[in-house]
Design a protein around this ligand. Structure first.
Ligand code: MN
Ligand code: MN
Length: 465
């Protein structure tokens, strides 16, 4: 071997990554263009139901039809499964039979939020409120004194489904939960961070004028609020029991920064992976392997529920595909590969103490591959094999994709999980991959447009491997 100088050896032996725009300037405008559609999707998809609806309507534009297990499909056919309006599977049938494996990309479309309690309406001192029960991991204080909207459905006792959406149109009223003024926050200031706003203090302000007539009703402001809801939606207090109504940050996704290089919005986790994998799925026309793009519910509360990925609905779809092609579905599962498409925490220079700089992901360095998640001693992790890591990273390199690697912060600072462990539990090689996010789970999360675009490119590469 020729003798190398230090500079040459450094290039050959060490590993470090530059800002992607320094490596490929052309990606900037491509990512800005791509993110226009992403911002529209985010703004229109404030709940998992709305996200599922928008995913289905985009899929139908691209020729997806409802999957029928009794039918036979040929290579290139595109099908969808709608799981109760809360989760979606999109699939493009591949040239190879599914016992060669399918390509799964699994993201989630639920986000942290405040749900209305089943009996939510109350009045106190001539003010009417909704009581809420928060969903997912939130820092509760972030939700006080900020504009909020309400989205969801009510199933009336006559079976009719009513949709409620208030607070997004600039002409709409908004809602909020109140916080104490600094002048009277001496005791609140002594509370621990998690209790600055307590769970039972998350009451949404909804009305303050009493119902106007001569009768002496007990709670006239509450009655006035119920009357307004009844007038517009035909619902009664009893019908909140059969409802899913969520309080979310009001307003659209917006460009962030003087250079517009980032997007500030509610819901990047994980609609950023849902949208990028959706765009990759619909663009996949003639794949070798059948694609299975999953947009799941309930990840933020442990993937439970009928439309979360600890439910078998995705496996059932794979079983149907296998039966249709007359192959053993266990072989299909064993040979399948999955990208668990979820966000990771980007290194935040303002809070360096919780990050391990060598093993963090960074804004503008691309989609992040996370070998393992979990907390403490990797508890609850999928921990992808070295072989599968090599397969995916080499595949991305061979297709010219930008990517980085990262852990979720310092070992003893906390941790988290994704859908990965539920899919690998089915004997499917799985690794986490997704977009770096600042202020994850906050009402305003931040992503970099370049990273969003690299996620899309990575999913295109995988679905066309
Ligand atoms: Mn997530
Ligand atoms: Mn999350």
């Amino acid at each position: 071997m020729e003798k190398k100088n230090g500079k040459e050896l450094e290039k050959l032996l060490t590993y470090s990554l530059e800002h992607i725009a320094k490596r490929d300037g052309s990606i900037v405008s491509k990512s800005y263009d791509f993110c226009k559609g992403y911002k529209e999707f985010l703004t229109a998809s404030k709940t998992e139901r709305l996200a599922a609806e928008n995913i289905l309507s985009i899929a139908k534009e691209y020729g997806y039809s409802e999957f029928d297990p009794e039918k036979t499909y040929k290579a290139g056919d595109k099908v969808y499964v709608n799981n109760r309006g809360r989760a979606v599977i999109l699939s493009t049938i591949g040239k190879k039979t599914v016992d060669n494996g399918v390509n799964i990309v699994a993201s989630h479309i639920d986000c942290p939020r405040l749900d209305l309690k089943p009996n939510p309406v109350f009045e106190n001192t001539d003010i009417a409120y909704f009581k809420t029960h928060y969903y997912g991991g939130i820092k509760r204080y972030q939700w006080a004194a900020t504009p909020l909207a309400i989205h969801g459905v009510v199933i009336k006792t006559n079976g009719e489904k009513v949709e409620i959406h208030i607070g997004e149109d600039p002409e709409d009223p908004i809602f909020c939960l109140t916080d104490l003024l600094p002048h009277l926050s001496k005791d609140q200031g002594e509370r621990k961070m998690r209790d600055v706003i307590k769970g039972e203090e998350m009451n949404i302000l909804i009305a303050s004028i009493p119902f106007a007539d001569d009768n002496d009703v007990k709670e006239a402001v509450k009655l006035s609020a119920l009357a307004l809801l009844n007038e517009k939606y035909g619902i009664t207090e009893r019908e909140f029991i059969n409802a899913e109504l969520s309080i979310v940050p009001a307003g659209p996704a917006r460009d962030l920064g003087l250079d517009r290089s980032m997007i500030g919005s509610y819901g990047h986790d994980d609609r950023v992976c849902a949208y990028t994998s959706l765009m990759a799925e619909v663009a996949t026309t003639d794949p070798e392997f059948t694609s299975v793009s999953v947009y799941a519910d309930k990840e933020e509360v442990g993937s439970a529920g009928v439309a979360g990925l600890s439910s078998d609905f995705m496996e059932h779809f794979i079983i149907y595909l296998s039966q249709m092609q007359g192959v053993n579905y266990l072989t299909t599962l064993k040979n399948s590969k999955c990208l668990s498409a979820d966000v990771n925490a980007a290194y935040d220079p303002t809070f360096p103490d919780v990050m391990e700089a060598r093993n963090s992901c960074y804004l503008n360095k691309g989609v992040v591959i996370t070998k393992y998640t979990g907390s403490a001693g990797k508890s609850g992790t999928n921990d992808s094999t070295a072989e599968f890591m090599a397969e995916i990273t080499n595949m991305l390199d061979s297709k010219g994709c930008f990517w980085q690697t990262g852990e979720l912060g310092k070992i003893d600072q906390g941790g988290g999980g994704t859908v990965a462990k539920f899919i690998s539990a089915k004997n499917i090689d799985t690794v986490d991959i997704g977009v770096p996010v600042l202020s994850m789970h906050a009402p305003l999360e931040v992503v970099a447009k370049i990273d969003v675009y690299t996620a899309y490119e990575a999913f295109v590469a995988f679905l066309n491997r």
